[in-house]
Each structure stands twice: as structure tokens, then as C-alpha cells.
Design a protein around this ligand. Sequence first.
Ligand SMILES: [Zn+2]
Length: 260
Amino acid sequence: MNGFTNHNSQDDGRREISRRDLLNGGLLLGAAALLAGCQSGVTSASGPTGVVWPDMRGDVKPAPLPPTPAPSGGGAPSGGRPVLASSPGVIPRSEWTPYGVIAERTRPMTGIGRITVHHEGEAFYGSAERSTIARRLANIRAGHIRRRPEPFADIGYHYIIDPAGRVWEGRPLRFQGAHVEKNNEQNMGIMLMGNFDAQRPTAAQLSSLEGFLVDQMRRYRLPANRVYTHQEFNRTACPGRNLQQWMLAMRSPAGAFARA
Ligand SMILES: [Zn+2]
């Protein structure tokens, strides 16, 4: 049984997005070679028009990080904001790995000035039971820390959204991630499991991503043009055309990010 095929109104919603984007002259990506993989693959550098295009300046003052987590989680020091990783709805890292970050391979995060959305690059089929997702996350981390020539400190992303819409803590936010070449500073990385050139994100994933992104944008006071996709920084197919299309619609003047 495939629990992630959504023959429901969400599909209709996505078709509406598609038509609107085409009317706006967006999505000039089709002719490019689209190879799988978050860290590989090439797509067109052409940008759509009629949508909010990202602000590529690097000099925007970032918002500070949330307070340092209390050892047992469950809240912030007095006067601070809640700690995100232990906020309701975010599954803590301890649920999928006993290991920490190899701190000497990365740097501290000095604030949050932008967010970048990715796909995994591997199609996801079958069950999304918690135990399955936990193993998949551990495998991704194992691949990342063995990368050559530059092994990562840990899984590269700060948050991962699985096909059931759960949000998992990846690399703790106090560490810089490894998800956008040369642009990891003050950049929160969010990855959705799946390959969105080969499949669509599930309705649960998109709903969760929207809520999570809007919450982060408010938390760090980020406008829509500080929320990016990987291919807007590097030559890559990531996050796949189906998620890229959704992101453009969300970032458009009528989209949810513009109202966040
Ligand atoms: Zn990516």
C-alpha cells in the first residue's frame, strides 16, 4: 500500500498553482536536464518573472538564534522564546541518532538571516513509519559524514519533513549547516524527503512545510524574499520541479509567504 498518493483536493490545488504560475510567466525550467540529487544535477539558471525573486544580498542583518536549549528541553530560559527543537511537533534528534555533531568540521551558527528548501533527491515509496524514517535519517547522516573530499560534520540539514508531514530535527540549529555550497552562513536548511522531479510532495508534507516556514519567517523576521530553494543558489535540480513550483507560488504576491 502506498499511503502517500494523494488523490484528493490537494492535487486540484496544485493544478491551480500550476496554471497561475504559467500565467505569470514562471517556470522556465522545463528544457533543462534535471538530474536527481540534492547535491548534484544541473538545471537552467533562467528565472521566472512575475513572482517575488529572492534577495541575493549577503549583507542583511540576521536575527539572533533562540536561546541555548536547556539540557532536558522543554522551554527557554525566562524571557526567551521557546527552543525550536523541543517545540511541540518537532521530533528531537535523539529519536533517530545517538551521535552528536563532529563540531570541528563546522562552525557555530551566528543567527538566522535566510532559509533554504531542499528535496532529498531519492524518491520515497512505501511506508513512512517512524522507525523507517529514523533509519533513513541515520543513513543520510552516515553518507554525509563520509562524503569525500569534504566530509560533513553531521546530516547537512537542520530540519527534515517526512512524507507523513512530521518535522524532524536534523543538525542542531546552533551549528551552521552543510546544504548550499558557499552559502551556509546564517542559512537554515530544510529538506523534504523524496525526489520532486520524479514525484510530488505529499499533501501532508506541503501543509507541514507551509506552517513550519511561516512560523520560522515570523520567528526570525524574514520576508518572503529571504526564503530560497537550493537551485536559486547553485546549479542543481534541487528541490525538484514540483516543489520549486510550489515555492514560487507561495512566494508570489498572493502566496502565503508574502503574507507571513
Ligand atoms: Zn538541495
